[in-house]
Design a protein around this ligand. Structure first.
Ligand SMILES: Cc1cc2nc3c(=O)[nH]c(=O)nc-3n(C[C@H](O)[C@H](O)[C@H](O)COP(=O)(O)O)c2cc1C
Length: 375
């Protein structure tokens, strides 16, 4: 007789399996997706930010990827309320966050961020600094007031990422994630729409990947060999959901191989809906293709658990949102290794504990108001 596990026990069993990310063992398969919150005046993560992350670690999130945090380059960001990953006070604030998460049994990596041409001039923390990018072009195709990066600029930014990664290890984080997604600086290099360079950093997909790969190599050299380096990337851009880096698996491989060779341990493939097949002729999503092409562990993401009725499929956001069985099937098939959860974890700090214990009936439906608070 075949015994079919209930969704609750199946979820608990599959999601509770530990997973190794280079030298780090994460206690389960649930990650918190990086989410900019803007609750860090002066770029310092304070007590409220610390308890916000610690609450989620205490409730079973295996790996926390922090909100994007600026590397130490004058053009990296544009808000004084986004935490910075440089400066004595800022790093001291982050060290306490890592400590608090560890005290609750969780693991945590900072998401290191440079926004590139998204930056508007005249904004904090360095109002005089220009927006910089591969070719001075924004993701919407306009030129704006930014400048194309010189070799000196490239070297400075590479150094800033390496320094931030070294600081992350020094102050007690478990790894780093490099933000290469959503139309920010690294993605501006990867994407032909914003990279029109005619030097070694522009041209075919491998050339467009050169800058990100140099950052990865510098980060790798700045940290211990077992310290996990995660690279987050996406096809979509913040203001262009249909944009694509790669139209075929071959193009995707041309981008991912140099990154893996440079030292990426884990890829975090950012999609808006995790069940959408990435290329024709296969069910694999972007994380699935990434794992298949690179052999590295991958993290998937996108609309996981955005409703109380997570067990079944239902209609939401104008398209059918898949229930937990779809997710568990893909995990069982080793399509990807971890699942990152964003908005559902803003809505409910206890989300992971409830799912891991099969308490699906206690899940709260998502309400966009959750983004406004740090509860
Ligand atoms: C409020 C908010 C802030 C976000 N900030 C970031 C960020 O700093 N870095 C990043 O890579 N993605 C960011 N994202 C995208 C999320 O990491 C995630 O990929 C997205 O929300 C889809 O996951 P979900 O459907 O589980 O929410 C943000 C999303 C939200 C809702």
């Amino acid at each position: 007789m075949t015994v079919t596990a209930s969704p609750a026990s199946r979820a608990a069993e599959i999601l509770s399996r530990p997973v190794a990310l280079n030298g780090l063992t994460v206690p389960n398969r649930i990650a918190m997706a990086p989410m900019t919150r803007m609750f860090s005046p002066g770029g310092v993560a304070g007590e409220d930010v610390r308890s916000y992350y610690a609450r989620r670690a205490a409730a079973g999130v295996g790996l926390i990827v922090t909100e994007g945090t600026y590397v130490g380059h004058e053009s990296a960001g544009q808000s004084d309320r986004v935490p910075r990953f440089h400066g004595e006070e800022q790093l001291a604030g982050w060290a306490k966050v890592a400590e608090a998460v560890h005290a609750e049994g969780g693991t945590i990596v900072p998401q290191l961020w440079h926004i590139g041409m998204v930056r508007k001039q005249g904004q904090a923390p360095y109002p005089e600094a220009p927006a910089v990018g591969p070719s001075g072009i924004r993701t919407d195709g306009t030129e704006g007031t930014g400048k194309a990066m010189t070799q000196r600029d490239l070297d400075d930014v590479i150094g800033a990422f390496a320094e931030a990664a070294a600081a992350a290890e020094r102050i007690g984080f478990d790894g780093v994630e490099l933000h290469g997604a959503h139309g920010y600086l690294l993605d501006q290099f990867l994407w032909a729409g914003t990279n029109r360079r005619t030097d070694a950093y522009g041209g075919d997909p491998v050339a467009r990947t050169k800058f990100a790969a140099e950052i990865v190599a510098a980060v790798r050299a700045a940290v211990s060999p077992e310290f996990p380096v995660i690279f987050r990337y996406s096809q979509w851009k913040q203001d262009a959901y249909d944009a694509r880096l790669a139209e075929t698996p071959e193009e995707l491989e041309a981008i991912l191989s140099p990154l893996a060779a440079a030292g990426v341990d884990v890829f975090h493939a950012s999609t808006r809906r995790y069940w959408i097949p990435e290329f024709e002729g296969s069910d694999l999503n972007l994380a699935g293709w990434t794992k298949k092409l690179t052999g590295r562990p991958t993290i998937t993401v996108g609309s996981v658990g955005l409703d109380g009725d997570f067990i079944g499929a239902f209609m939401g956001e104008g398209s059918p949102v898949k229930g937990i069985d779809e997710l568990l099937d893909r995990l069982e098939r080793d399509e990807f290794d971890m699942v990152a959860v964003g908005r559902a974890l803003l809505q409910d700090p206890e989300w992971a504990a409830k799912v891991l214990a099969g308490r699906f009936d206690e899940l709260k439906p998502y309400d966009a108001a959750a983004v406004k608070t740090l509860s």
